[in-house]
Ligand binder design. Structure first.
Ligand code: IMP
Length: 426
């Protein structure tokens, strides 16, 4: 393994946490490198379901260390809640959770601006998770107003800096949004308290990760969201505000690309999306509803119903290209167990042209229609299958076709939420 990236090859919610959970057996450290509490990573252990928003899902494994990297925007309130929830379930993070001092902090006003900004956009809104992600990254890139985790540890600095930031934010709030001003003292008090609560976890995580690699340790880099939500390569502007792709893993963890050995793209056997934006293979009728119910396709963070559609090989080919995928982990094959006829989008048609590669221009994409191949379903349960050879022939044909169309070998197939409901390819 030494350093393996696991990331989403679609619009997020591909089942990355299950794949990370499985691979954590061979890892020493699991690290998040981008995004924030907008993620909802679900892991099923026995009858208990754990949903992680910020802390890497590897924390479930005793003795494994977890890192929240510099590329993450950290909501301290969400982090503390997660630490407390884990403690209540008997899982201690002490001595094995490390938070980057360089990570930017999601402040209360970021969440407020996320909500107000969306309200202002009306029907043109992005459909964000409301977790303050865009406003926090905006302040990071804008450079004047960003607060970093290291700042939370410096009370005198917080007193002056947060006061100045809140003054500026209040100008925008009152004049542009006609909203009551925020109380700077309240926000400073909260920030100081968060710093005290989180101090023990804060360190230089780039140093930690590189030292670990040099010592021969194995690291899993756990992506959040998915390739089509990447700020550069996704369906802009209907994307998140970070680089969800493999390059983002290097910058967001502080690891050079020469240290990465493998990039695993996680994809469902069909496609889903939450929030607004283009989705060429979306099924708006009863088949889409059926897949939603079969797959319990509701957001782990917001509870919103996910939009469902057929597998789109064009988007997974984009993911293979921009991430340099070395393999695919195919999840939720079992959700299709009772679907009699399956469709796979192999290309897009635009007027008289057939496009095999994903068009970056949203206007072109809007004019594209999927070109489908139809496949017979297997109509039998795959939930108990543990060896590839034991899958029904139609399911094997389907998997092999998806792999060929994606130009990437399948390394792992998931046939249920449980850890052992997994098929590893030879
Ligand atoms: P934001 O990241 O909250 O700003 O939301 C931007 C877009 O990314 C919206 O369409 C969200 O629904 C989507 N999004 C953000 N996080 C996730 C996720 O973890 N899974 C799926 N979609 C997400």
């Amino acid at each position: 393994m030494p350093a393996t990236i696991v990331l989403g090859a679609q619009w997020g919610d591909e089942g990355k946490a299950k794949v990370v959970d499985y691979l954590t057996r061979d890892a020493d450290i699991v690290a998040r490198f981008q995004g924030g509490a907008n993620a909802g990573h679900t892991v099923q252990v026995g009858d208990t379901q754990f949903i992680f928003h910020l802390i890497p899902s590897g924390i479930m494994h005793p003795g494994k260390s977890c890192v929240v990297g510099n590329g993450v925007v950290l909501d301290p309130e969400a982090a503390i809640t997660e630490i407390e929830d884990l403690a209540a379930k008997g899982i201690s993070v002490e001595g094995r959770l490390f938070i980057s001092q360089n990570a930017h902090v999601v402040m209360p006003y970021h969440k407020l601006f996320d909500r107000l900004g969306e309200e202002r956009q009306g029907t043109d809104k992005l459909g964000t998770t409301g977790r303050g992600i865009g406003p926090a990254y905006r302040d990071k890139v804008e450079r004047t107003w960003g607060i970093r985790v290291m700042d939370l540890l410096d009370e005198p600095l917080l007193q002056t800096r947060v006061a100045a930031v809140v003054e500026e934010k209040n100008r925008v709030l009152t004049r542009l949004y006609d909203h009551a001003p925020l109380d700077a003292a309240d926000i400073i008090r909260g920030a100081v308290e968060y710093g005290q609560r989180l101090r023990m976890y804060v360190t230089d995580t780039s140093q930690l990760l590189n030292d670990a690699l040099s010592a021969g340790k194995n690291i899993l880099l756990e992506g959040a969201q998915g390739t089509l939500l990447d700020i550069d390569h996704g369906t802009y502007p209907f994307v998140t505000s970070s680089n969800t792709t493999a390059g983002g893993a290097c910058t967001g963890a502080g690891i050079g690309p020469t240290r990465i050995d493998a990039v695993i793209g996680v994809t469902k056997a069909y496609t889903t999306r939450v929030g607004n934006g283009p989705f060429p293979t979306e099924l708006t009728g009863t088949t889409g509803e059926r897949i939603r119910e079969l797959g319990h396709e509701y957001g782990a963070t917001t509870g919103r119903p996910r939009r469902c559609g057929w597998f789109d090989a064009v988007i997974v080919r984009l993911a293979a290209r921009v991430n340099g995928l070395t393999s695919l982990a195919l999840t939720r094959l079992d959700v299709l167990d009772t679907v009699e006829k399956l469709k796979v989008c192999i290309a897009y048609r635009r007027g008289g042209d057939v496009l095999e590669e994903f068009p970056g221009d949203p206007q072109v994409l809007g004019e594209c229609r999927p070109v489908y191949e139809e496949w017979d379903g297997w109509c039998t349960s795959t939930r108990d299958v543990r060896r590839y050879a034991d899958l029904p022939p139609q399911a094997r044909d389907y998997v092999e076709r998806l792999s060929a169309l994606s130009r990437t070998p399948v390394q792992m197939i998931s046939v249920g939420p449980e850890r052992d409901a997994t098929i590893i390819m030879d």
